[in-house]
Design a protein around this ligand. Sequence first.
Ligand code: ATP
Ligand code: MG
Length: 353
Amino acid sequence: MKTLGPRPQLSVSSSSSHEAPLKKFLSDSGTFRDGDLLVNRDGLRILPDGGLDSPAPLQPLDSQFSLADVDSIKVIGKGNGGIVQLVRHKQTSQFFALKVIQMNVEESIRRLIVQELKINRWSQCPYIVVCHHALYDNGIISILLEYMDGGSLSDLIRKVGSIPEAYLSAICKQVLKGLVYLHHEMHIIHRDIKPSNLLVNHRGEVKITDFGVSAILDRTSGLRDTVVGTYTYMSPERISAKKYGHKSDIWSLGLVLLECATGSFPYTPVDKDKGWTIYELLEAVVDQPPPQAPSDQFAPEFCSFISACMQKNPEDRLSAQRLLTHRFITKYECPDVNLASYLTSVGSPLATF
Ligand code: ATP
Ligand code: MG
């Protein structure tokens, strides 16, 4: 590893030119370290000063945060509503993810979303992505989030194909702790648990993101316009427009885990060539028996865990609290299962962008 002398200029003025400044100091084969920013030909990662296992404590940002306070480095993701960028705060040199959303909803709802996000700021849970700031300006919502350098579980599945059970257990344990916090302390239903909303980092931390927004959209007519395609992780009772509660998130978690373990979405159309429409998929979730983990490929603990999550009657599903004591979680609670080294060894999904 080579250490650079003077700090290279990383600032870019617009997202369209985000790649250009990095090219200045990328070599064909080397890896460069610029303070806590590690760059190689695959992409970039953040290394906290003092080593991988000792995260630098975040300094509180000015409460009068504005977009002019950050330099944009790279686009790291795209969702239905907009893009997510890696940015560096000019004054403190801290890295953040900046999510910029242009929603096809009324002005009043956008304001409501920002208001809600502000309430969610600095949530006191290590298993929830911190939302540092939320701004609304000229039809655009900007959210400054804690940066998770491993990306999302959907990035990870794309990269590794499927996640081995032992690591899935370690991931699931942290997601369950996040859900216990949301369900039993905050009394919130997330409503949008899916692989792209579960983020990981090289320290082996797993955190839930994007709560709040879907709750508001759910209360308004905006949902249909904005989040088509995410219906697929919805529980049968939600699809059927029945009353639903926090067990709805447990169904989604079961589906996510099954997808992570097998590497493919658990519902498959009868005619694979033809595929199916979102309505046919919704019908399948409501009408078909729930998907199961194949017992010839997975341990009985995993199969039983999936079955405990994916009961069509929400009352038959276990709560996040109960699932934390399930054999699938306790079985792998040993030092051999080092999620941090697994996530580091599979590399930063940022490399694929
Ligand atoms: P949808 O818009 O339907 O909710 P989505 O969850 O994929 O879909 P985003 O929430 O905009 O859309 O996220 C897009 C991608 O951006 C994620 O898959 C992830 O790779 C990346 N991302 C989002 N938030 C962060 C973050 N805080 N740190 C690092 N990467 C992030
Ligand atoms: Mg998301």
